[in-house]
Structure formats: structure tokens, C-alpha cells
Design a protein around this ligand. Structure first.
Ligand code: EPU
Length: 463
């Protein structure tokens, strides 16, 4: 868990890592290459090591060189099983489905299970692969897919919530090996899909229309390994922008692709945040007062759903009423009750949250439920008066590289400790004096549970 001492404006310079959501499908697509793929800018994350294990189980070697480059080589191309034990740890493991089917002609991939941000089916992935001629069955929780030769065709990938990011990646990775021409309409336009497409083209694929909803792919027989640098993480950049704004600070943020962040700049500027762009760097200056605003998360180039929770944390301190709507994941609001523990005034209404801005948040003990919710809670804790505890920060480690170190380097006070009673800050516990008037019988008042480390170790050993 994190113990965060809030109320410190962040000032200084910080650099963004490579994009998780670009790195994962690109690593999976390396299954398709002959030879050794060298990827630069792959962040060191739990999700990256989980996918590395999936790829190793599929006959690849995955090594991190001293300079940070990730080297991937397909040694054994007979293996096609992505097991439940690995896939259940990370949904993005499903990205191996398209490359396996395209390159090896068959795949058996566990269906990803439930998820804290809402219902996440993969029907569109399967629809696209079936259209290419794959025979697909679902049996005992696994997707079995096979095709001796995929055949190019016209595919429509739109669903009730727009296109699908990893679905487009899967269909793209299969279609590059299909005989003839494939068109994908309503393809996802996210920069991470473009990065994957560029990488496939560097390997010898023939994809046109990247970054638009219409893709045209001419099938090829093989792809050769190349070196590729993953794009900067626009979600991390947006999280850092909010960190400066919410703490009343001023940050220079390096390694940013500003064109990927137009919608985020727009809403932050409308809230009063100062943003200056200089090449691949940004300077962000918090305003004296934040203005409220209505924000809707939409497919790219709209506001990313992956920034919705962080913006909610920021708007909880803005002057006035804001409405935040998520049109991609309409149930992605697990952070709301936790923000309310810090004093935020938020009401959930269907796919929206209605936020009535308050002057300050107060430190509290809160629980992270998913990756972006944990980022939102961390941001709120950085702004809050007093100490906060954020539990289950393993969610954060899945998708942000060394975030607490980066934030501490620019003035935050975040301590990573083991989630044990003795590590709970005293300031977050009710004292006996505070509890006494609340108890019916004052003899019921429990003594505060501050254990010495030795006593806690003794109790653990006994239990
Ligand atoms: N959808 C379907 N059918 C499908 C696929 C998706 O109905 O077959 C729906 C989803 O339920 C959702 C919408 O379409 O309502 C968009 O889902 P999408 O498939 O685009 O999401 P994803 O590919 O599973 C990626 C990112 C997510 C990010 C979303 C939306 C990766 C590894 N994950 O997920 O990132 O929120 O796109 O941009 O790229 C995160 O990083 O924290 C994260 C959750």
C-alpha cells in the first residue's frame, strides 16, 4: 500500500515512459516475425512481465538487455496454447490470438474473465477472425481458432460502444497473413493501434489507412523481425498533467507526443490549467482556481476512458458542478465511493458521475480497484490535506512504470509499505478519546491497534 502525505505542490521535470497499451499488442505481434525483434521503450511493468510469460509459454524467448531493449525471438512455432492461469492475470493476453492464428494457423487462448471496469466481451474480435475464414469454437473457457489459410474480406468492427482497440489489433495481426485484400471498417483509431500497424508495416506488412476507421490490408506470406521504438504513453502523460494541476504545481513533462493529447489539453485548458507545448515536452501550470466542466470519454481522438477517473479526481476540487460521462465503459466508476471517503461530493447517475466541487479533499484510507482508479486515488491523495493510505496498489504497478518514484522526485511524499496494521498512519486511526463518546458503553471502546513491529511479527507467527 501507499502512505501519501498530501498537500505538496509538484514542481520539476519528469519523463513519460513507453505506452503500455502499444507495447503489449506489439510484443504479441512479435510472435509473427522470423528472427529477433528488438523493442525499445517497453516499460517495466507487471503487465509486461505477465505477457512475457505468456509469450515464453508459446515458445518465445524474451530478454531485457542492459540498455532496456526487449529482445523477442520465436524459437518454437508449434505451441499455440495461452493458458487460463496466465490469461486470467491480464486481459491483454488475448492479443496473442490474432498473431497465433495468422502465423501458426491455430490458437487456443483462454477467454479473459471478469473485470472491474465493466463487461468486456471479445465478440468483435471473434467476428473479425471468423470473417477471415477462421473456424472458432469456445470450449471449457477457451477460444479454439484454426485456419489453414485465412482469406481477405470486408470486415465491420463497430459495436455498441464504438470500435475495439485490442479487437482491431487481433484482426490486423491475422489479416496481414490473409490471402488477398482485407478491409476493416470502423477500425479503432487509437495511437496504440497505429503504432502496432506501423510496426507490422516495418516488418513487411502492407497496411494502409492507419489512424482512420478504414484500413486496407494486402496479405503477405511472411514478416521479418525489426527494431521498433514504442510511442510515449499518452495516459501516463495525462495523469502527470493532472498531478501538476491537482497539487497546485508546475511540471515540465518530457517524452510526450502532443498530437495524441489534443482532447486532454482542451479540457484541462477549459478548467484553467496552463499548458505550453515545446516539441516533445510540455509545461503545465496549475491555476489558482479550477473551473468545473462536463467531460465525456469517447473513442480516440476524444477524451480517453483511461483518463476519466483522474479527471474526476481533479474536478472534485473544481469550482461548480461537473458531469463526467463514460461512453466506452459505462460502469467504470469504482473510484467514486473511494473518492467520497476523501470528502468528494459525487453522485453516480447511470454512465455519468455528477461532481459538486469542494474546497479540499481530506486524507483517508482508500482501496484501489483497477489501474486507472488507483491513479485517480493517488492524485486525490497528493492533493488532500493530511495523510492517506491507498491499498492494493498492485493495480497501479500493472500499468505505471515507477510512478511513485517519478512523483517523489518532483516533490510528492509517497511511501510504499506492506499492508499491515502497524504501517497504518496514526493520523488515520480514531483515538480512544474520539471513540468514547461514540460508544454506548464506554467499556466497549477498543484500544487503538498500534502494534510494535515485534508484536505484529509475533502475532503473525502465532496465527
Ligand atoms: N467491446 C465489445 N465487444 C468486443 C470488444 C469490445 O462490445 O469484442 C466493447 C467493450 O466492452 C467496451 C468497448 O467495446 O465497451 C471498447 O473496448 P475495447 O475493446 O476497445 O477495449 P480493450 O481493447 O479491451 C483497450 C485498453 C484499455 C482501454 C480500452 C479503451 C489495452 C490493453 N487495453 O482495452 O486500457 O480502456 O482499450 O480505450 O489496450 C487500461 O490501460 O487501464 C485499460 C483498461
Amino acid at each position: 500500500m501507499f502512505v501519501v502525505r498530501g498537500g505538496r505542490p509538484l514542481r520539476g521535470r519528469v519523463s513519460v515512459s513507453g505506452a503500455k497499451n502499444a507495447a503489449l499488442p506489439i510484443m504479441a505481434a512479435a510472435l509473427s516475425a522470423r528472427g529477433t525483434t528488438l523493442l525499445r521503450g517497453v516499460p517495466e511493468l507487471v503487465d509486461v512481465s505477465t505477457l512475457s510469460q505468456v509469450l515464453q509459454s508459446l515458445g518465445m524467448t524474451v530478454e531485457r538487455h542492459a540498455d532496456g531493449t526487449l529482445a523477442l525471438t520465436a524459437e518454437d512455432d508449434q505451441r499455440c496454447l495461452a493458458d487460463y492461469e496466465l490469461v486470467r492475470r491480464m486481459r491483454a493476453s488475448v492479443c496473442v490470438l490474432g498473431p497465433l492464428l495468422g502465423r501458426r494457423g491455430r490458437a487456443c487462448v483462454s477467454l479473459p474473465g471478469g473485470c472491474n471496469i465493466g463487461h468486456r466481451p471479445i465478440d468483435l474480435h471473434l467476428k473479425g477472425l471468423r470473417a477471415l475464414g477462421a473456424e472458432i469454437t469456445i470450449d471449457r473457457g477457451y477460444v479454439f481458432a484454426k485456419a489453414d489459410q485465412l482469406i481477405g474480406t470486408d470486415i465491420y468492427l463497430g459495436g455498441s460502444f464504438g470500435s475495439t482497440v485490442t479487437g482491431t489489433c487481433n484482426v490486423l495481426c491475422a489479416a496481414v497473413f490473409a490471402k488477398g485484400t482485407t478491409t476493416i471498417s470502423s477500425a479503432a483509431c487509437e495511437p496504440e493501434v497505429v503504432d502496432l500497424g506501423n510496426y507490422l508495416n516495418e516488418m513487411g506488412a502492407r497496411i494502409e489507412g492507419l489512424g482512420t476507421p478504414f484500413l486496407r490490408i494486402e496479405g503477405v506470406e511472411e514478416l521479418n523481425a525489426v527494431e521498433h521504438t514504442v510511442i510515449p504513453d499518452r495516459i501516463e502523460a495525462a495523469t502527470l498533467l493532472v498531478a501538476a494541476a491537482i497539487t497546485g504545481g508546475c511540471l515540465q513533462i518530457d517524452n510526450v507526443e502532443p498530437t495524441h493529447l489534443a482532447a486532454v489539453f482542451d479540457v484541462l485548458r477549459m478548467m484553467g490549467v496552463g499548458i505550453e507545448i515545446s516539441g516533445k515536452s510540455l509545461t503545465v501550470i496549475a491555476p489558482d482556481k479550477l473551473r468545473s466542466l462536463d467531460v465525456t470519454a469517447l473513442p480516440y481522438p476524444g477524451i480517453p476512458t483511461d483518463v476519466q477517473a483522474q479527471l474526476t479526481a481533479l474536478l472534485s476540487l473544481a469550482n461548480g458542478i461537473s458531469v463526467v460521462t463514460d461512453k466506452i465503459f459505462p460502469d467504470r466508476f469504482m473510484h467514486i465511493p473511494e473518492l467520497m471517503r476523501m470528502g468528494a461530493n459525487v453522485r453516480r447517475e447511470g454512465a455519468s458521475s455528477i461532481i459538486s466541487g469542494i474546497g479540499t479533499l481530506t486524507g483517508a484510507c482508500v482501496m484501489a480497484s483497477d489501474l486507472r482508479a488507483s491513479a485517480a486515488l493517488l492524485l486525490a491523495a497528493l492533493a488532500a490535506d493530511g495523510e492517506s493510505v491507498i491499498r492494493r496498489v498492485y493495480h497501479l504497478d500493472r500499468g505505471y512504470e515507477r510512478l511513485e518514484r517519478k512523483l517523489n522526485d518532483v516533490g510528492a511524499d509517497i511511501e510504499r509499505v506492506i499492508d499491515l496494521p502497524e504501517n497504518m498512519p496514526h493520523s488515520l486511526q480514531l483515538s480512544v478519546e474520539e471513540q468514547r463518546p461514540l460508544a454506548i458503553d464506554s467499556s466497549d471502546v477498543p484500544a487503538p491497534k498500534f502494534l510494535s513491529r515485534a508484536e505484529a511479527a509475533r502475532q503473525r507467527a502465532e496465527s
